[in-house]
Design a protein around this ligand. Structure first.
Ligand code: AP5
Length: 224
């Protein structure tokens, strides 16, 4: 399936979780800007040093830099095979940058999927999130527990709380997202690419809703 989607939605809406299910169940690869930046920070690369003050404080990395980094990651091969972009674009400026880049490669998007979630649910998801320090897999202290407390099922790594999931930073991230979301959604709405998906409920439920959308839009047969 050569489906090209962007996953939009506030922090905690379940973008990364849905991207994981799409990869497992549909074989659709994904790129997460948040994950990418956290890896660079962990490895102390030049890019990591550049973005660390933004990521740890919950502010957005400047548009120009994000678009440049993503343009390098999105090879023709990857775009041709189909890909889900998790957490990118996050502003109308990034959306314009991505649009120009994809057009130049002749690989337009099939859709921009916005995961809708009420704020109390976002806060509850972010406050309970636990992340494997080694492989980055996500868990939740109530809804997605590992088999052994504090230990990753996949690699045995230690689970911890993400730095930017502290209450104060979460509030800031949600505020920033609210300010940026309107023009971003308008960008995709004007191009008839915007799809809203209810992100509440369990993961299986959200995936079921996605499957219905997939069938309705005929995306299973998407070609490069
Ligand atoms: P990023 O990592 O992208 O953070 P975010 O957008 O704030 O998104 P989250 O990862 O917090 O939430 P999510 O929607 O993926 O939810 P998840 O699936 O994990 O970005 C981090 C930082 O990097 C940014 O603040 C910024 O500084 C920088 N950055 C990244 N991209 C950028 C960009 N494009 N431009 C500029 N700067 C950028 O789920 C959350 C929790 O809920 C998990 O514990 C999960 O287990 C649980 N959960 C999820 N779905 C369900 C469900 N259906 N049922 C039960 N539990 C669920």
């Amino acid at each position: 399936m050569s489906l090209r989607l962007v996953l939009l939605g506030p922090p905690g809406a379940g973008k990364g979780t849905l991207a994981g299910v799409l990869s497992k169940d549909l074989g659709l690869g994904s790129v997460s800007t948040g994950e990418l930046f956290r890896n660079e920070i962990r490895r102390r690369t030049a890019l990591g040093k550049l973005v660390t003050r933004y990521v740890s404080s919950g502010r957005l990395v400047p548009d120009e830099l994000v678009v440049k980094v993503m343009a390098r990651r999105l090879s023709r091969r990857r775009l041709g095979r189909g890909v889900v972009l998790d957490g990118f674009p996050r502003t109308a400026g990034q959306a314009r940058g991505l649009d120009a880049f994809l057009k130049a490669r002749g690989t337009p998007l099939h859709g921009a999927l916005y995961l809708d979630c009420p704020t109390p649910l976002l806060i509850s998801r972010l406050s309970g999130r636990r992340v494997c320090q080694r492989c980055g897999r996500n868990y939740h202290s109530r809804t997605m527990r590992p088999k052994r407390a504090g230990v990753c099922d996949a690699c045995g790594g230690v689970l911890s709380i993400r730095k930017d999931d502290q209450v104060k930073t979460v509030t800031k991230r949600l505020e920033i997202d609210r300010a940026k979301a309107k023009p971003l959604l308008e960008f995709y709405q004007q191009r008839r690419l915007l799809y809203r998906l209810n992100g509440s409920g369990g993961i299986a439920q959200v995936f079921q809703r996605f499957r219905r959308l997939l069938d309705r839009e005929g995306w299973l047969n998407a070609r490069a």
